[in-house]
Design a binder for this molecule. Sequence first.
Ligand code: PHE
Length: 447
Amino acid sequence: MSTDTRGSWGSRFGFVLAAAGSAVGLGHIWRFPYVTGENGGAAFVILYILCVFMIGVPILFAELSLGRHSHKNPVGAIKAIAPTGVWKYLGYLGVATGLFILSYYTLIAGWTFGYIFKTLFQNPITFTEFSTNAPLNAFLYIIFLLMSIGVVYGGVQGGIERWSKILMPILPVILLFIIIYSLTLEGAMEGVRFYLRPDFSVITGETVMIALGQAFFANSLGMGAMITYGSYLNKNENIIAAGTIVVIFGIFISFLAGFAIFPAVFAMGQSPAAGPELVFVILPTIFELMPGGILIGTLFFLLLAIAALTSAISLLEVPVSFLIDERKMRRKVATWLVGGITLLFGIPSALSFGASDFFSNLPFWSGQSFFGMMDYIFGSIALPLGGMLFSIFVAWRWGLIGANKEISLGNASFLGIQSTVWGVIIKYICPIVIFGVFLYSTGIISL
Ligand code: PHE
């Protein structure tokens, strides 16, 4: 195989940073505050953390080991174990989910890119003026998509790894600055209470579904991104250690993002349930007020755009590596093809924020936007569904013996009690709990 088609990571640290780069993105800084705000605050945060550790982490190990075992994309990884039968459709589900998430992810990523310049040049344009400006949105969308294509074009080491290495560590520092200022605002404590003092009466079946979806979204699980990234891992890497570092770093970033946003939301008398625009309405106001806000704000949106880029490339890499491995396409052709399809599905999402009445209030989706529908179907439903099927596939079809052997390469101590615990979780707990959450959220079962 030529290095142009299938590479591997340059170092252990390179992998951790690239996986953290995939995981840490808009999911933590934009999506986490917005779904937390819509779903009642602290109680949701606790549910989210439970979902991450109980379901997300074990599935992360399953995906990484499946990827490294086969050195393939999600479809190829499944076919390597189950060459015939219906399992390969699980791989296709992952590839399709990646593509659809990318189609609206790129829109939000384009906004962060636009907000770099809005903040730097102190442009007073409001969020509504910004989001209804179709040519501007199209422009930002295409620019961001081209940047993602550019990185994926470069292949594994040249592109993804280099970018992640340089930039990921700066993000928490900037968030800390924002938090310190946010906490000094009058009325900030009410936001802290909303964020940290749980009220479990707000939890519904749908809330649990969304918390579970967020655990998958934020950690890039359930669609094979971590299978694909695992496929570039060397056999002597420690999957458990690398995976755990990535998840903990992600939780830390999410936690900081909420701390930056909610005190300010309440101090400014805004609603935490504003939806996808929450971060784009609140943060610019903070940057206008805080000392050094132009510099910190510009840097913040720059880093957020870069964090979004390292995630977008992982979404793009899944369909691309599928086309390379399974359809024998050249990397460049595959990347352009996937980019083109993404753009096509991105258009209705871009029109969802007021530019088109129809896409902003879908009559067949209880008046919600096309964007909202996509994020719900793919971000909150398809990822947990994929995760459930991956856990069933690994535990019941591949078998725990094979999976344990793969994980223990590079971590011999895994074969004791750790593998037993992981085995029980992946074989029984993950499928049953996820299935239960599906039933609970549809109201079929209630507690
Ligand atoms: N985890 C990424 C983020 O938080 C988004 C993502 C989801 C990336 C699924 C890959 C797969 O921004």
